[in-house]
Design a protein around this ligand. Structure first.
Ligand SMILES: Cc1cc2nc3c(=O)[nH]c(=O)nc-3n(C[C@H](O)[C@H](O)[C@H](O)COP(=O)(O)OP(=O)(O)OC[C@H]3O[C@@H](n4cnc5c(N)ncnc54)[C@H](O)[C@@H]3O)c2cc1C
Length: 486
């Protein structure tokens, strides 16, 4: 383990461990976070989630989010640096995700608005051909403030894992436009200018096949006033720098994206983007936690030596760092696959199926590895870690949330397994990565489990997919090369 890389911040890790070269703009962005961003972020975390003002002085419903001082300044830094417009103008996903890595090193909550904005941009760019296409796209990709913001709202009170059963928001076509009615229970970046929203058109079948995707602007475009209402903001334990609220849609204007019957595919594409971003972001935040542990150990003297010199500390740090490096390689591998498949449309190729599998592996495993790094940092600070005045507790709070949103571990295990059952991917996997060299029986173990009835395989899924995630991450990290199917 190279301690200079650990202390060099996100850019050193990207360049030295993951072989990704950074432009001067990215290095400057990291320097900005060090000098200004990190302290603003800490203040926002302390102050709490932005506040909601629901009524104007004359009693009209306005549902405005009141941000703490400097919040907009903080948020604008990433938009100004190009987290969105580089995607729109040059399709430079790598640059955008690197910005996300740097942002999340300091504050995964701030990365959320960027992520949901580009995740909203994608289906509009790919599938929406209505009259307002250019207006919507331009709004989300401005180069100058005020930046337009997006959001992606699917989850309702019944639960986020089972969208087929729980999306109750319905859409009715009336007088030439769609009107949506329903409620969204977890709506991040609430207050966004344009949200993509899952809803069930009248007469659509039950289950996931009946869910379509709509664009919902904040302001009514036919008429006056707010197009969606914000019932309340959540008082979250982590990611406090992004407002997450409950949204009410009351005859809200919606703009149907693409073919209503293919809505579930668009939703899954939206989620895949956010999941890749989440995987990248949590690795960055976990890395920050490890660097905190190291800095603490440099000045903590125990039994006549600094903690950083103690063999047990060094052994555990090396283990944590190694796994995080593999997790980082898996996250960036998934990002490289995203770059090559993101323009695919249904019906997707087998290559896309492998991308989906990687996305599930990356989302659940990176979140787990990063959370363990944060918990280890907490343990290293020991009693001091339990005090809110010191940094460790925030890492844990942030990474508990990022483990849950964008789909829980169970969902990714089950969905990843389903991809493996449905598509013959094992031959591609063994051709792309020398799995046998790092885990000799893994592929045959997976093959055997796939031949079992689902109920019997259930206890094997987590260990097998964890081994697969780790093996692919490890191979990618050692080779520093990202294998993508031709
Ligand atoms: C801070 C925050 C912000 C969020 N922002 C958004 C947002 O902007 N837009 C949005 O759409 N959603 C958002 N979400 C919702 C998020 O996507 C959901 O929380 C997540 O998908 C899980 O859904 P749930 O919380 O309803 O849990 P549930 O779906 O109710 O799951 C409950 C438990 O059951 C488990 N489970 C599910 N299926 C199975 C199964 N088959 N077998 C065994 N166990 C199973 C789950 O893993 C979980 O442990 C946000 C969540 C948080 C915490």
């Amino acid at each position: 383990m190279r301690e200079d890389i650990l202390l060099g911040g996100p850019s050193a890790f990207l360049a030295e461990e993951l072989g990704l070269q950074l432009s001067e703009r990215l290095v400057a962005y990291q320097a900005w976070w060090e000098t200004e961003g990190a302290s603003i972020s800490a203040a926002i975390d302390r102050l709490g989630t932005p506040h909601l003002r629901q009524f104007s002085p004359t009693g009209e419903r306005v549902d405005e989010i009141l941000y703490p001082p400097n919040y907009t300044y903080l948020l604008d830094a990433g938009y100004s640096a190009g987290v969105l417009y580089e995607v729109a103008e040059r399709h430079d996903w790598r640059f955008s995700f690197m910005l996300g890595f740097i942002t999340s090193y300091y504050d995964p909550g701030v990365y959320c608005p960027y992520t949901v904005t580009f995740s909203a941009w994608v289906p509009i760019y790919k599938y929406y051909s209505g009259a307002r296409r250019e207006e919507f796209l331009n709004l989300l990709t401005r180069r100058e403030p005020p930046f337009g913001q997006g959001a992606t709202w699917m989850t309702e009170i019944g639960g986020g894992s089972d969208l087929g059963a729980n999306v109750q928001t319905h859409a009715r076509f009336s007088n030439g436009m769609w009107l949506l009615n329903g409620e969204k229970y977890f709506a991040s970046n609430v207050g966004a200018d344009l949200s993509v929203v899952a809803a069930r058109p009248e007469g659509a079948p039950t289950g996931v096949k009946g869910v379509a995707l709509f664009i919902v602007p904040r302001e009514r475009l036919h008429g006056i006033g707010r197009n969606y209402l914000i019932r309340r903001l959540k008082d979250k334990i982590g990611t406090r720098s992004v407002p997450t609220g409950e949204v009410e849609l009351r005859e809200a204007e919606g703009y149907l994206i693409g073919d209503a019957r293919q809505g579930i595919y668009y939703i899954m594409e939206v989620l895949n983007f956010s999941r890749v971003a989440n995987s990248i972001g949590v690795v960055a935040h976990g890395l920050h936690a490890l660097s905190q542990a190291y800095r603490f150990a440099q000045q903590r003297r125990l039994f006549g030596r600094f903690l950083v010199e103690q063999p047990l500390f060094r052994h555990e740090l090396a283990q944590q760092y190694e796994r995080l490096r593999w997790a980082g390689a898996l996250a960036w591998l998934t990002e490289q696959w995203l770059e090559t498949v993101w323009l695919e449309k249904p019906p997707y190729s087998e290559k896309y199926a492998l991308f989906r599998l990687l996305t599930h592996l990356a989302k659940f495993w990176t979140a787990k590895v990063a959370l363990q790094a944060a918990q280890w940092n907490f343990e290293i600070w020991a009693g001091l870690g339990t005090l809110r005045e010191f940094p460790p507790e925030r890492f844990v709070r942030e990474l508990l949330v990022t483990d849950i949103w964008e789909g829980t571990r169970h969902r990714h295990l089950l969905d990843g397994w389903e991809v493996l059952r449905r598509y013959p991917l094992l031959s591609h996997i063994s051709a792309l990565w020398e799995i046998q060299a790092v885990d000799s029986s893994l592929l045959t173990d997976i093959e055997k489990a796939l031949s079992l009835p689902e109920e019997e395989a259930i206890s094997l899924i987590e260990p097998l997919l964890t081994r697969l995630a780790q093996a692919i991450g490890m191979i990618t990290a050692e080779k520093r090369s990202y294998a993508v199917l031709a």
